[in-house]
Design a protein around this ligand. Structure first.
Ligand code: FDP
Length: 284
C-alpha cells in the first residue's frame, strides 16, 4: 500500500504541473458518464496510469475517464481513480482534486482497504486513510511532506454543502436543507467534490449531500471513483456516510464501474437529520 501512496505523491506534483501549464481546452470526446472531456482530464488520466501501472502491488486500475479497467500486473490491489475531479472549475481557478480507492479482490465498497485524495489549491494537500488512521499533509514542491493534524469530525458541524439541481430536489430533501440553514448552518459549495468535502472534514463537521433528483434519481457521483473513497475517509475520521435509504455507502453493491448513487457525508448529528427527513431510521 505504501508504494501506492508514494505514487500518488509523485503523480500529484505532475498533475499540479499540468494544471499550471494553462491548458484549458476541451476534447471532442465524452467520458462514460456523458460529460465532455477536457484535455486536462486526459492528461491527468495518463499521468495516473503511468504512475500506477508499473507498481508490483497493483493488479488493475479503473479510471473515471475510461470505459473499462486496465489490467496491469499480478499485485494484491485494484485501484480506482478519478484523475481530475471538478476539472470544469480549473478555468475559474478554483480548487480541484484527484481521488483514489484501493480495493482487494474486486471493486466493491466492502473490499475497500485504503483511500486517498489530493487537493490542488493554493498548495497541494494529500489526505490518506487506512483502517484506524487518517493522515493529512502538505506536499512541497520538492516532494517533501509537511504533516498536518489528522482531520477529525466532531459530533456536529456548521457547514452545509448541498449538491444537485435544486429544481429537481424532492420536497423532503428541500426541507432537510432548509432546516439546516434555519439552524444556522452556513452554505459552502464550490461545485468540486474534493474541496467541498475537504472543507467539511478540516473544519470539523457539516453535511455534504448529493441527492437523487427528479432528473437524476441515482444522483451524479460515482461509487467507485468518488463515493466509496470518501465514505471510507469520513468513517475513519469519525463521521458517517449513507445513501437515501439510510444504508452505509460502503455496504452498497457496485454492479458497473461507472454506477452512481445518492450520497450524504457528514458528522453524526447531520446524518441523523438526513435519517429523519428521509424517514430512514438507523436499524437497531
Ligand atoms: P465535475 O462535474 O465538475 O467533475 O464529479 C463530478 C462533480 O464535478 C463533483 O466534483 C461535484 O461535487 C459535482 O460534480 C458538482 O455537480 P453539480 O454541478 O451538479 O453541483
Amino acid at each position: 500500500m505504501e508504494e501506492i501512496f508514494e505514487a500518488i505523491l509523485r503523480g500529484a506534483r505532475r498533475v499540479y504541473g499540468a494544471i499550471n501549464q494553462g491548458e484549458l481546452g476541451y476534447c471532442d470526446t465524452n467520458n462514460c458518464s456523458g460529460e465532455q472531456q477536457l484535455r486536462l482530464d486526459l492528461i491527468s488520466d495518463q499521468i495516473w496510469l503511468e504512475e500506477l501501472q508499473t507498481l508490483p502491488s497493483v493488479q488493475m486500475v479503473a479510471s473515471e475517464e475510461r470505459e473499462e479497467p486496465v489490467e496491469t500486473g499480478r499485485g494484491e490491489y485494484l485501484v480506482a481513480y478519478d484523475p481530475l475531479d471538478g476539472s470544469s472549475l480549473v478555468d475559474v481557478d478554483l480548487s480541484v482534486g484527484s481521488i483514489f480507492g484501493i480495493y482487494r479482490e474486486s471493486f466493491q465498497g466492502a473490499n475497500l482497504v485504503g483511500s486517498a485524495y489530493v487537493v490542488y489549491g493554493p498548495r497541494i494537500e494529500v489526505v490518506t486513510a487506512l483502517q484506524g488512521e487518517v493522515k493529512r499533509s502538505i506536499v512541497r514542491h520538492d516532494g517533501g511532506l509537511i504533516p498536518l493534524d489528522p482531520p477529525r469530525l466532531k459530533e456536529r458541524g456548521k457547514l452545509n454543502a448541498p449538491g444537485g439541481t435544486q429544481k429537481g430536489w424532492y420536497p423532503h430533501h428541500r426541507e432537510l436543507i432548509d432546516s439546516l440553514f434555519s439552524e444556522g448552518y452556513r452554505l459552502r459549495y464550490s461545485g468540486g467534490m474534493v474541496p467541498d468535502l475537504h472543507q467539511i472534514l478540516v473544519k470539523g463537521g457539516g453535511l455534504f449531500s448529493y441527492p437523487g433528483t427528479e432528473d437524476k434519481p441515482n444522483g451524479k457521483l460515482r461509487k467507485l471513483f468518488e463515493v466509496f473513497p470518501f465514505a471510507f475517509i469520513y468513517e475513519e475520521a469519525g463521521g458517517e456516510a449513507i445513501d437515501d435509504r439510510g444504508r452505509r455507502l460502503l455496504d452498497l453493491p457496485c454492479q458497473g464501474i461507472h454506477e452512481t448513487t445518492p450520497c450524504f457525508f457528514g458528522s453524526s448529528y447531520e446524518i441523523g437529520r438526513v435519517r429523519e427527513f428521509y424517514n430512514v431510521p438507523r436499524a437497531e
